[in-house]
Design a protein around this ligand. Structure first.
Ligand code: KG4
Ligand code: ZN
Length: 342
């Protein structure tokens, strides 16, 4: 077959991911995670993540190649996340990509992690209608992006001015004593709670924020409001209704995210909203986004949960798109750029 076979390497945070795609077809998606090693710290420890990547990379590579039934010699190009992310973690993936590229004489593509979160959707739903609006909500980012052309890059419309959405889930789970990572746990806990029971604040939605922060997010005030609410309960010697707090907090996050995403689509004349990043796995976010988008004739595309969180397939998907578009590969001295912009 003449579609390119592309291998993607992801090591920007705590997941070592190797994905292999042919065109838009996913052939392998191998993952190793150091999440358990970070759990007792309540967040990802960069040094621990880097060492875990170094240990996991080669075995994960082997698993991916086996899963796809190919060898490195069959691969047409290697794509790797070169930023943004944890510097030490990125270095492991970038160094590995260069090593494999050099040894097997393959072109290497350094790709943007956020653009890769958008591109992964093509593996599930085919080519992305452009322009589209993408909302990326993970532990490190909460951004609204305008995707005019995935090859040329994406334009930021807005982003969080403090905590990322996933970070807010993690911090609230921590203060409720629920464990890490908080997103999936709160998602589950919220199912038994009433989302309307506590009125938590919706950051940057006041009329005065429309001018400067229309497409920006703020979750730090929400997290503080939850902390205050829980403290007041504890001080009064009353039990904390964990499910109601989870549901009300989750509703506040999802309400703001979906309202701003739809507003971004409408104001840019866009009919497609892609949601990616770990928080896109949130069950309430998916339902609310669908509901609100449908009212405006906007189609929502959300990849399945395993493709929403960090993985190698997303990097391979973007790499495949770049190869097909005839984009020149990166130089072999390609750096890791932890603060890479879009
Ligand atoms: O994309 P991702 O795997 O890694 C980053 O690039 O950050 O996202 C991880 C984040 C964590 O903060 C986690 O709590 C959150 O995604 N998350 C969720 C859910 N599943 C994962 N947040 C809300 N609901 C979920 N079901
Ligand atoms: Zn990510």
């Amino acid at each position: 077959r003449d579609e390119p076979l592309v291998l993607g390497i992801e090591t920007s945070c705590d997941e070592t991911g190797i994905g292999i795609v042919r065109g838009h077809t996913l052939l392998a998606d191998a993952l190793a995670s150091s999440v358990d090693q970070h759990a007792r710290f309540g967040g990802v420890v960069p040094e621990v993540a880097s060492r875990a990547h170094l240990e996991a990379l080669v075995p994960t590579m082997q698993r991916a190649l086996d899963e796809a039934g190919v060898t490195l010699a069959d691969v047409d190009a290697i794509a790797v996340t070169s930023g943004p992310g944890l510097a030490g973690a990125l270095l492991v993936g970038v160094a590995a990509a260069k090593g494999y590229a050099l040894a097997a004489e393959k072109p290497v593509y350094g790709v943007n992690h956020l653009a890769a979160h958008v591109a992964v959707d093509t593996l599930e739903h085919g080519p992305l209608p452009e322009p589209a609006v993408a909302m990326l909500v993970s532990g490190g980012h909460s951004s609204l992006l305008l995707v005019d052309d995935l090859t040329a890059g994406v334009t930021p419309l807005g982003a969080t001015i403090d905590d990322a959405a996933g970070e807010a889930f993690d911090k609230v789970a921590r203060l409720l004593g629920l464990g890490f990572p908080g997103g999936p746990i709160i998602d589950r806990s919220a199912r038994d709670g009433d989302p309307g029971s506590i009125a938590f604040p919706r950051g940057l939605t006041a009329p005065k924020d429309q001018a400067e922060h229309r497409f920006d997010f703020s979750f730090s005030g929400l997290k503080t409001a939850v902390a205050r609410w829980v403290e007041a309960r504890e001080r009064a010697g009353e039990p904390v209704p964990v499910a109601d707090v989870s549901a009300s907090f989750q509703e506040a996050v999802c309400d703001v995210l979906t309202a701003k995403a739809i507003d971004a689509c409408l104001s840019n004349g866009v009919r497609t909203l892609v949601i990616g990043g770990g928080v896109a796995a949130n069950s309430r976010l998916r339902v609310l986004a669908e509901e609100r988008a449908a009212r405006h004739g906007i189609a929502v595309r959300v990849p399945r949960p395993q493709l929403c969180t960090d993985n190698g397939a997303m990097v391979a998907a973007l790499g495949s798109h770049l190869v097909a578009a005839g984009v020149a590969p990166s130089r072999l001295d390609l750096p890791a750029d932890s603060a890479m912009g879009l």
